[in-house]
Design a binder for this molecule. Sequence first.
Ligand code: FAD
Length: 337
Amino acid sequence: MSIIQQDISLKAFNTFGIDARAAFYAKINQVDDIYGCLDLAKNKPLFVLGGGSNVLFTDHVDGLTLHMATRGISYTADDKFHYVEACAGEHWHDLVIDTLEHKIGGLENLSLIPGQVGAAPIQNIGAYGVELCDVFHSLTALHIPTLELHKFDLNDCRFGYRSSIFKTTEKGQYIILSVKLALAKSHTPVTSYGDIERKLQEMNVVSPNAYDVSRAVIQIRQSKLPNPAQIGNAGSFFKNPVVPFFKYESLKIKYAEMPSFMLESGDVKIPAGWLIEKAGWKGRRVGNCGVHTKQALVLVNYGEATGREILNLAQTIQNDIHDCFGIKLEMEVNVIG
Ligand SMILES: Cc1cc2nc3c(=O)[nH]c(=O)nc-3n(C[C@H](O)[C@H](O)[C@H](O)COP(=O)(O)OP(=O)(O)OC[C@H]3O[C@@H](n4cnc5c(N)ncnc54)[C@H](O)[C@@H]3O)c2cc1C
């Protein structure tokens, strides 16, 4: 049974390390506990917290914070797929390792992404050429206003680049309870993205299996991304902007070296990190926060920053990128407050 606590610091529960306080807080170890908490906290605003690796608290959190900690992973299969279903509170990376230990591939490129299973569909997590939607089967969620359980399949979730209905039209309406993935038995690891092939060569792996790719991804990520346990951050702060082709062409005349990815739609995705670095922000410190020295897409807390300081920095960068390139950067991180 969850007990609702009052005035709890969330500092240890968010990877930015922001010292926000929750007016009311409950750790949810079993789904049934949610109902009791919602009953006790009737009419109070509700915030669902996972691993806190994609949130920026700019104020204290009013109402009730439900901290998901439900655990459990189960496996089934048919001719073509292994199906793995995990509770919302499972750590995403633990799930990846668990599937690999069961000799099931498909999640290896998503190794070491912080956070929990329940949050993975919210922004359709992705890395190294694979997104959650590529392996997603369905999810079960509690509709907060009616307390009804709803099942969502792939189409229902309307996944997009770092997006789903849970981050857009249905934001704040559901508590995701469990996620089911379909991992193909005929799986071939994806190694063509980023530095994976180079890293596998370095590791002397000639015909890589899923486990090898996971090890490669882990090593690459550890060398490139700041560890939140050492320096507060929430990974990529901004999404990579997508611009119409004519806009890309005009920028390319001025910046011939600008990297880009053509999309099937005809639009062009431009790495936000390149824009931020080009505008001179990489490694810059402003008070207690700044832009990471190795990765311009990551904003960092040097220890004592408030959420508002980090948000101000993010907005200053957004304005600057708009002035320099005429592009509006969208935040990937969920600003809470
Ligand atoms: C170092 C670092 C690297 C990262 N790399 C990547 C990457 O490669 N790719 C990528 O996509 N992301 C990346 N991220 C971002 C982050 O790891 C993911 O977005 C992750 O899915 C967030 O999970 P979480 O449990 O921490 O969510 P939280 O930060 O706790 O929550 C995020 C949002 O989801 C909501 N939420 C959480 N759980 C539930 C639930 N059960 N039901 C309903 N709503 C819920 C919250 O209310 C909030 O709005 C990175 C972050 C860090 C710190």
